[in-house]
Design a protein around this ligand. Structure first.
Ligand code: HEM
Ligand code: HEM
Length: 310
């Protein structure tokens, strides 16, 4: 009889964790749905949900539907964010970049001492940030001029109990009836508010604090708002954006896809394929942009304002 040495254990796959994560998530979700349905059947909760049906009312002058400019801006923010997220992830994960960009120091903002040298993907991150911010500023101005702001900024305190009702409805899988063309449900309103007026400005304020070349100029800020704090905050904001986008796009498709797509891509409240067709076109542009934004193209664009090298 040969005494074979015990064979070494095969290394655990990095997917092994899923063996317990998936069941925990499934059971957790099922419990939440059961609990939410249980809560809904309590008479006091029923009363509460009748008093606060899930939507705050809007003033009579509130605009109905979305003008074309708003739809364009929604598309442009999504387009720029695609690249901001991609390059943000590259900044997060790349230790040694394939190419670096050194600014020629001829622009408006000149840096003292060492010329600024940054990875090419950070150059692209910052370039897309500028476009995202310009688009966002136009959006801020136009929603206030047009009155569209009233649909994504809470103006009444009952938005809180209404959001609780909407939350119970989502959790019990009996989702709020979608009426986005006229008035968002309270939870939707609060989420858009947080995204547009909290997450986006925070991304900008924390991002700006880290911009190489600018960071050094803001010495007086070092005590009150150190760059290290900005770096700690910037990443969780990125995670917020990812989570928002996943939930947002899932709900757009799960709560009447054709009608919703017509809202934001087709300029109507109808159910037909027009909005879908524009949405599909926008996806083609995004996929095309994704593949076009190769280092070769980025390097030639970046060399307009600096020197690209290793
Ligand atoms: C005006 C807006 C923004 C500016 C000026 C900006 C600027 C920057 C800068 C300078 C860095 C490099 C930080 C470093 O040296 O480590 C960075 C990293 C990053 N950015 Fe932004 N950013 C902006 C918006 C955004 C947005 C909207 C997102 C996500 C939706 C985002 C996601 C990221 C991520 C994930 C990183 C990597 C962070 C890490 O390594 O932990 N950025 N950004
Ligand atoms: C490409 C995938 C996306 C699709 C298909 C999509 C679709 C939609 C739709 C259909 C609406 C109107 C909802 C309704 O009528 O109930 C909407 C609104 C909105 N979306 Fe998206 N969206 C996408 C990506 C994004 C991204 C990346 C962001 C920003 C992070 C975003 C932010 C918003 C905001 C803030 C609103 C409210 C706009 C307003 O009323 O002023 N969306 N989206």
């Amino acid at each position: 009889m040969s005494t074979a040495a015990p064979s070494p254990r095969p290394p655990r796959s990095r997917w092994f964790k899923l063996v317990w994560i998936v069941p925990v998530v499934v059971v957790g979700a099922a419990l939440i749905v059961l609990a939410a349905n249980g809560i809904r059947s309590i008479p006091a909760v029923k009363d509460f949900m009748t008093t606060y049906p899930g939507q705050s009312s809007l003033p009579s002058w509130a605009p109905v539907g979305f003008p074309a400019w708003l739809e364009w801006q929604h598309f442009l923010s999504s387009f720029f964010l695609l690249f901001i997220i991609r390059t943000g992830w590259q900044v997060h994960t790349t230790r040694r970049a394939e190419a670096y960009w050194t600014r020629n120091n001829k622009g408006l903002i000149k840096t003292k001492g060492q010329p600024v040298r940054i990875p090419l993907h950070l150059w692209f991150h910052l370039t897309m940030d500028v476009l995202f911010v310009l688009n966002g500023l136009v959006f801020y101005v136009l929603i206030f001029v047009s009155g569209q702001w009233v649909r994504i900024i809470p103006t009444r305190w009952d938005v809180i109990p209404n959001a609780i009702t909407a939350g119970i409805k989502y959790a019990s899988l009996n989702w709020p009836t979608e009426d986005g063309w006229v008035n968002y449900n309270a939870l939707q309103l609060l989420t858009y508010f947080v995204t547009v007026f909290i997450a986006a400005p925070l991304a900008v304020l924390t991002g700006l604090r880290m911009v190489p070349g600018l960071a050094g100029r803001w010495k007086p800020l070092d005590k009150v708002y150190p760059a290290a704090v900005a770096r700690k905050l910037h990443y969780p904001i990125f995670i917020y954006f990812l989570a928002f986008i996943v939930v947002h796009v899932t709900l757009v498709f799960a709560t009447g896809a054709l009608r919703n797509l017509n809202h934001m891509y087709g300029g109507s409240d109808d159910v037909n394929w027009i909005g879908f067709a524009f949405f599909a076109g926008s996806l083609v542009l995004m996929v095309g942009g994704w593949f076009a934004a190769r280092p070769v193209l980025l390097a030639s664009l970046a060399s307009l304002g600096g020197r690209v090298g290793r």
